[in-house]
Design a protein around this ligand. Structure first.
Ligand code: AHM
Ligand code: MG
Length: 280
């Protein structure tokens, strides 16, 4: 695991360099969700693949930017699913983006997660690594330095409501309105990494990306995005649900499968489960 942790750190430093130096242009190819890939996405994907290729313990990788998984070392135990540059369309407007990693043992699946990590490329570069606990690191003078362990409070103050409101279910809208009436403050950038990072570091709240009339299974991908953050939030003392089930109990159909998802502290996620068990 130490080697995987180091490979993530090396990738993050190289990706930061790529973000700082590479011109952003559109490439001709599309990823498997049908979006035009930015050249930078592809570059970041290659960086991570290169770093994991050097680690014998990594059996297979699956990337949001690749249609299929890729076997690296048949005798390795770890299966790693990653989103190399989440929210990459935000680069154009100079908002924060991130990389997300789910580290699975001997095959993919939420119940096989043994660690998860993400990196935020913002005014500073920070990494959160969750295994037994959740640890925050800051990139300083070329090295990631441990800052502190992170835990969520029982109840927070921030609300990050994703998805197109026009397509929200009425009960979802009432639930979100209800939180705002209780005094929650809107904090939503459109990048799940900085949005979830903010809620985690400020002690709690709710990030949601529900199923909508146009996208009943949500937008966010289980293996690359949702399972890793569910692991981080759960280890930090919070919870992640698809509305009814614990995210960490879900299966998946295909590596690009998506799910509605809600991440937060206990108070807010209990409310989600209550509302969604009575509706939908
Ligand atoms: P991406 O992996 O293609 O960058 O998409 C994921 C991002 C998340 O960071 C964010 O929460 C979500 O897409 C926002 O999507 P939208 O603006 O389409 O609702
Ligand atoms: Mg993504």
């Amino acid at each position: 695991m130490e080697a995987v942790f180091n490979a993530i750190q090396k990738s993050a430093k190289r990706i930061k360099e790529a973000i700082d130096t590479k011109d952003v242009g559109y490439s001709a190819s599309q990823n498997s969700s049908g979006e035009t890939q930015l050249e930078l996405d592809i570059k970041c994907d290659m960086i991570i693949e290169e770093e994991f290729s050097k680690i014998e313990a990594v059996n297979t990788i699956a990337s949001e930017e690749k249609e299929k998984e890729n076997i690296l070392h048949e005798d390795g135990r770890y299966f790693i699913a990653y989103d190399p540059l989440d929210g990459s369309s935000l680069i154009d407007v100079n908002l924060s983006v991130g990389s997300i990693f789910g580290i699975y043992d001997k095959g993919f699946g939420a119940n096989r997660l043994v660690a998860a990590a993400y990196v935020v490329y913002g005014p500073r570069v920070e990494m959160v690594f969750a295994k037994d606990d959740v640890r925050l690191y800051l990139l300083q003078n070329g090295e990631f330095e441990f800052v502190k362990s992170v835990t969520l409070k029982e109840k927070g103050k921030l609300m990050a409501p994703g998805g197109t409101q026009q397509h929200w279910a009425n009960y979802h809208k009432s639930m979100i309105d209800g939180f705002f009436k209780e005094g929650y403050r809107l904090r939503y950038s459109g990048g799940m990494v900085p949005d979830l990072h903010q809620i985690l570091l400020k002690g709690g709240g709710l990030f949601s990306y529900p199923g909508t009339t146009d996208k009943p299974k949500g937008k966010l991908r289980r293996l690359f995005e949702v399972f890793p953050f569910a692991y981080v939030y759960t280890k930090a003392g919070g919870y992640a649900t698809d509305g009814k089930n614990d995210i960490l109990s879900l299966g998946f159909d295909g590596i690009h499968d998506t799910t509605p998802c809600f991440f937060g502290s206990k108070y807010e996620t209990d409310r989600v489960k209550e509302v969604y068990s009575q509706n939908g």
